[in-house]
Design a protein around this ligand. Structure first.
Ligand code: MN3
Length: 247
């Protein structure tokens, strides 16, 4: 081997090492790119910060999915909602929950945008708060109500799983409080909110592919199974108690 060939081989080796190092650093922990994020659309609505670290739900929900889901998908709903309500001060002064709970009061020109983008904002704001690792199972009044309505906790899990895996296309499966104060399992298409139906969400499963495709690919059932290990039952039990008080 002459000197020139040896240098060529060495430089090839060096870039192979560099490539391997970059792979290791990526595998060690996903970091969101700091510089490339576009500025959010200004307006009355904003994405709430996660109440836990992006990797807090590992290994059930991976940190990369949490970054994309929260920082990109949820942000996009908020940006489009802010763009829609610009020039509608009567709408901009309300909470997103008030808007989706009474869509008929929203000007027709922006009603579909508020239903879709506002629904996305309301659903995801609710969703982040009900995830975590607080408690392994429902407690107190919620535990009793689930047993009464679904015979057992596992009976409830089976029914919610069937609902979540059965959603055709994108949507959500929910445990809600009906206006009569009973627990019901229901699904909504797209970003429709249970609030629009007059129902109070107690917990929900986002079954849009953006919620699981990176880690679970097409295996929605595996993602739904993992969801039950990523629920903050203390927070969900508190949602139930609040809903009961208000009904
Ligand atoms: Mn989502």
């Amino acid at each position: 081997m002459n000197r020139r060939m040896a240098i060529k081989q060495m430089s090839g080796l060096a870039s192979a090492v560099l490539f391997a190092a970059s792979r290791v650093s990526r595998a060690a922990g996903f970091q969101a790119p700091a510089a490339a994020a576009p500025a959010p659309v200004a307006g009355p609505f904003s994405v709430p910060a996660l109440p836990y670290a992006y990797d807090a739900l590992e290994p059930y929900f991976d940190a990369e999915t949490m970054h994309l889901h929260h920082d990109k998908h949820h942000q996009a709903y908020v940006d489009k909602l802010n763009a829609a309500v610009a020039g509608h001060p009567e709408v901009a002064g309300k909470t997103v929950e008030e808007l989706v709970a009474n869509l008929s009061a929203v000007p027709e020109a922006i009603r579909t945008a508020v239903r879709n983008q506002g629904g996305g904002h309301a659903n995801h704001s609710f969703w982040w708060l009900t995830l975590g690792k607080g408690g392994a199972a429902p407690t107190g009044e919620l535990a009793k109500a689930i047993d009464t309505r679904f015979s057992s906790f596992s009976g409830f899990q089976d029914k919610l799983t069937t609902a979540a895996t059965g959603v055709f296309g994108s949507g959500w499966a929910w445990l809600v409080l009906s206006p009569a104060g009973t627990l019901e399992i229901e699904t909504t298409p797209n970003q429709d909110s249970p609030l629009t139906l007059g129902h109070k969400p107690v917990l929900g499963i986002d079954v849009w592919e953006h919620a699981y495709y990176l880690k679970y690919k097409n295996k929605r059932a595996d993602y739904v199974k993992a969801y039950f290990s990523a629920v903050n039952w203390d927070a969900v039990s508190a949602k139930f108690a609040d809903g009961k008080k208000a009904s």
